[in-house]
Design a protein around this ligand. Structure first.
Ligand code: HEC
Ligand code: HEC
Length: 311
């Protein structure tokens, strides 16, 4: 009875059935690549899609449309589609959404929207409601967006688009900007640091994921809300003041205080642990290389309360 109730509440909030939580949260949505190789615009470690989004050929328009929504949020996270001039010359411009048949000819991981397709048939999958499920299929991972009918597939797809891919897009932009902010403070470049805080795709990108998480934040216990307020005050008010005053030491001290709030929620220090999985090292470890580019080694940030640095 209690289980059924939880299940119904889950549905009421539009939350799909998630069969393998960590695998979903650690799904390799993006990877980093060198792009525009051989041109003056060549850049290292650019976030590009690591998946294609596919659907069966008999899906109705509403299911295909939700594939488009997922692609839009993936585009918020990535910085490039992964173009290289040599391939463009051969007419090969990367695509993100395609019919399953074509997707299976590639080696990439797949987000498979809908149930009217050969993979779901072959694996004999059945659904109890809107569902997100990760399976291994012929050497790649497939994230299946399923349900008992098209309406349920659309609900699961929207949740994936906004609450998972969209959330991560904001969270990672904020995270990498936060690390870069420390580097800029360290170098005494306060002007650039201030710009980074205000940039909507820099530190303030978390406005996006914070508003997406708003229904969840409302239900947080008071001690957690306090941590959220503390983090926001430091990042968007106190550090700004210190930087405007040119007080680098104070900005650095505040930065450390803000990092402790990340650890409180992610590791459960002093409060309930809210991030209940270990991040995907391949995606997450870019922060280490950003830090190193400013000459910072691990212990500049990982010591004391924030010592943990193993995936
Ligand atoms: C109020 C608690 C809270 C605070 C404070 C917090 N986070 Fe998070 N963070 C979360 C939760 C919860 C998740 C996981 C959400 C989910 O289930 O997908 C998360 C996820 C993330 C992710 C995505 C990881 C992944 O693999 O999906 C990043 C990146 C991140 N946080 C960065 C930060 C940084 C950097 C800070 C500090 C400046 C911070 N967070 C502060 C609660 C918090
Ligand atoms: C400029 C500061 C900085 C430096 C330098 C740095 N990190 Fe981090 N690291 C962070 C912040 C901030 C977080 C919190 C975000 C989170 O938990 O997802 C973090 C989180 C992590 C985590 C996630 C722990 C977990 O399980 O959630 C690992 C692992 C990690 N760092 C490894 C490293 C390693 C290894 C190095 C050195 C090669 C390094 N970091 C250098 C700032 C830094």
């Amino acid at each position: 009875m209690i289980l059924l109730f939880v299940f119904l509440v889950g549905l009421a909030f539009g939350k799909p059935i998630i069969e393998n939580f960590s695998e979903l949260k650690r799904f390799p949505f993006v990877t980093y690549k060198r792009v525009w190789v051989g041109t003056p615009a060549e850049s290292e470690e650019v976030a590009v899609p690591n998946v294609v989004i596919a659907y069966g050929s008999r899906e109705p328009a509403q299911v295909v449309a939700v594939a488009g929504e997922i692609a839009y949020y993936l585009g918020q996270w990535t910085e490039d589609v992964g173009i290289n001039p040599r391939e463009v010359r051969k007419g090969r411009i990367p695509r993100v959404i395609m019919p399953l048949k074509r997707a299976l000819e590639m080696k990439k991981h797949i987000i498979l929207v809908g149930t009217r397709n050969s993979v779901v048939r072959e694996l004999g999958l059945t659904f109890r409601g809107p569902t997100l499920k990760v399976v291994d299929y012929k050497g790649r991972k497939v994230l299946i967006v399923g349900g008992r009918n098209s309406g349920e597939v659309v609900r699961a797809g929207r949740f994936l688009a906004t609450r998972i891919v969209g959330f991560k897009a904001g969270a990672y932009r904020t995270f990498f900007s936060f690390v870069k902010l420390r580097g800029l403070i360290e170098k005494g470049n306060y002007e650039a640091a201030l710009q980074l805080i205000e940039d909507p795709s820099g530190l303030s990108a978390c406005g996006k994921n914070m508003s997406l998480a708003a229904p969840m934040v409302l239900r947080f216990p008071p001690d957690v809300k306090k941590v959220v307020r503390k983090r926001n005050r430091i990042m968007y008010v106190d550090i700004v003041r210190a930087l405007k005053e040119g007080n680098g030491e104070e900005a650095k001290r505040l930065w450390r205080e803000a990092m402790k709030t990340c650890y409180m929620c992610h590791q459960g220090l002093g409060i309930e642990r809210l991030r209940k999985f270990i991040p995907n090292p391949e995606i997450h470890s870019k922060h280490q290389r950003i830090a190193r580019s400013f000459g910072l080694d691990c212990t500049a940030c990982h010591r004391g309360l924030t010592e943990i640095r193993g995936y």
